[in-house]
Write a protein that binds this ligand. Structure first.
Ligand SMILES: [Zn+2]
Ligand SMILES: [Zn+2]
Length: 240
């Protein structure tokens, strides 16, 4: 049964277990008291240690946690969500995504056109081929790191091409105050609802404070984009 309730999830948060400043209990406290996020993903660089810790605290703070990792693949960063095992850095993006899918995880290409993105700052051609070669599930079309404005715009435009990829947003926050500045709107309230919403290509990427005209423009096009994408979903899954 599909719910008509939509909730917010920040799917890209760093803690002090990688290069973030905030400690896990501080993040949980901040999310519980200062934001309206229902679900968060802790996505530290190449470790799930902080995410596992946050998961243990979810009942204490009433915030649902998705175990994530921002893996440094050879070509750039790849985010895995709903992980149970850590994925080592240094693998190809394709292999990294394969390992995420193997654990029944969701693979996201974050900040796709930044210099540390898989497709690089001038990655239009790389993106075009990757869309058919890499079996990722979602593209982070909104990342709130300020200098990535241009890269976000490119990502959003690419995404409107109807490639069977879900759109997600995340803050990429490395400090408490950044949490929730970029987020994913999903149907339902729980982490499993979030997963389903991503699989159904109905999530939206939005900006929190300092909201972007882009995010709005994008949101209006969702139903149209979703229809164009649905047919292509099979192709985006990993082939066994
Ligand atoms: Zn990154
Ligand atoms: Zn990051």
């Amino acid at each position: 049964m599909s719910s008509e309730v939509w909730s917010k999830a920040d799917l890209h948060i760093h803690s002090n277990h990688s290069d973030g400043v905030a400690k896990i209990p501080q993040i949980m406290e901040y999310v519980a008291t200062k934001t309206d996020l229902k679900v968060i993903a802790i996505t530290d660089h190449n470790t799930i240690e902080g995410a596992l810790f946050a998961k243990e605290l979810e009942d204490v703070y009433g915030v649902e946690v998705v175990i994530g990792e921002e893996v440094s693949a050879k070509e750039g960063h790849v985010i895995g969500l709903f992980l149970s095992e850590e994925i080592p850095p240094g693998l190809s993006a394709a292999e990294t995504i394969r390992r995420i899918s193997e654990q029944d995880g969701i693979a996201i290409i974050p900040h796709p056109f930044s210099s540390r993105g898989v497709f690089g700052p001038f990655g239009r051609n790389a993106f075009t081929s990757a869309v058919s070669e890499l079996a990722f599930h979602a593209l982070e079309v909104y990342n709130s790191v300020p200098y990535l404005g241009w890269a976000n715009r490119v990502a959003a435009k690419m995404f409107t091409g109807g490639q069977g990829i879900a759109a997600v947003g995340g803050s990429d926050s490395h400090v408490l105050e950044g949490i929730g500045t970029g987020y994913t709107l999903f149907r339902g309230t729980t982490a499993e609802d979030l997963r389903r919403s991503i699989e159904q290509l109905e999530t939206r990427a939005e900006a929190g404070r300092g909201g972007l005209a882009l995010a709005l423009r994008y949101a209006f096009r969702i139903p149209q984009i979703r229809r164009r994408q649905a047919w292509n979903w099979e192709r985006c899954k990993v082939k066994a």
